[in-house]
Write a protein that binds this ligand. Structure first.
Ligand SMILES: Cc1cc2nc3c(=O)[nH]c(=O)nc-3n(C[C@H](O)[C@H](O)[C@H](O)COP(=O)(O)OP(=O)(O)OC[C@H]3O[C@@H](n4cnc5c(N)ncnc54)[C@H](O)[C@@H]3O)c2cc1C
Length: 239
């Protein structure tokens, strides 16, 4: 019997590595999966050591399919993190890893799915939502989109320059930052959700991604603002 495509491991070669924040790196990989995914989906990444030891973790795809034969991941190096630590400290251009996927059909978006889009991210949970905004920019700019993005500090905000540029130049996009650990900081709250909804109008699709705690808080606030729970798709990154 033929193995389903999603369960096959694909060889991938790192073609570029660049810092995104002090703890997050952008890793671009050349891989056969590069044109087969939808914005918001993730891949499993498998590392194999010389002695055969293997470790695998899930990473969201940050890029939108662009015909380059590559896809981009954004990986936050966690203290003592087995896989993220390797990407953070050891990975080099030319290294090979394996990818499996794309995974996560319901947490994905493409232009024909429509909107408006209400997006809410905590920390590295912004990665799949960035992919959705990048996809939207490829040909669906008429669809309103608002991103609520909670991050500990501004320096830790992933792709903040790109997001701010998008919000400043595209009237259909708004960015609502909640910086939690700086002077005057705030967490995601009802006022922030109301400001985002004022820009989009009633959303057709809602995507929330981050830690368990962030996803629970954001879902509660968005439902309290009157959004039907059935429109909401969530993805949890873990701790
Ligand atoms: C669907 C999905 C998509 C994901 N996408 C991304 C992504 O785009 N970018 C990204 O950086 N990560 C992403 N993650 C998290 C990623 O899969 C790993 O859990 C993370 O990189 C830690 O793996 P590690 O091997 O480095 O750490 P481990 O060796 O597994 O753990 C090291 C330490 O970190 C703690 N820890 C484990 N996971 C997390 C976490 N997510 N947050 C905080 N502490 C943690 C552990 O408790 C432990 O103390 C995603 C997870 C899921 C389920």
């Amino acid at each position: 019997m033929t193995e389903p495509v999603v369960f096959r491991w694909h060889q991938a070669e790192i073609t570029a590595i660049a810092p995104v924040t002090p703890h997050v790196k952008s890793v671009r990989l050349r891989c056969g999966l590069a044109e087969q995914y939808r914005a918001g989906q993730h891949v499993d990444v498998r590392l194999t050591a010389e002695d055969g030891y293997q470790a695998q973790r899930s990473y969201s795809i940050a890029s939108a399919p662009d015909g380059s034969g590559t896809l981009e991941l954004m990986i936050e190096g966690l203290p003592d993190g087995e896989v993220s630590g390797w990407f953070s400290d050891c990975a080099e251009v030319g290294d090979r890893v394996e990818l499996r996927g794309p995974i996560g059909g319901s947490f994905s978006w493409d232009g024909p799915d429509g909107g408006p889009l209400l997006l809410a991210a905590g920390g590295s949970g912004v990665v799949p939502l960035l992919a959705m905004l990048r996809r939207r920019a490829q040909g669906w700019r008429e669809i309103p989109a608002a991103l609520i993005y909670s991050t500990r500090t501004r320096a830790e905000a992933i792709a903040v320059a790109e997001l701010e540029r998008l919000a400043a130049t595209d009237p259909g996009v708004s960015l609502h930052l909640a910086i939690t650990r700086e002077a005057g900081g705030r967490r995601i709250d009802a006022a922030l959700v109301a400001a985002a909804l004022a820009r989009t109008g009633p959303p057709g699709k809602v995507f929330i991604c981050g830690s368990n705690r962030f996803v629970a808080a954001a879902s509660d606030l968005i439902v309290a603002a009157g959004v039907a729970p059935g429109l909401i798709r969530t993805e949890r990154f873990g701790a």
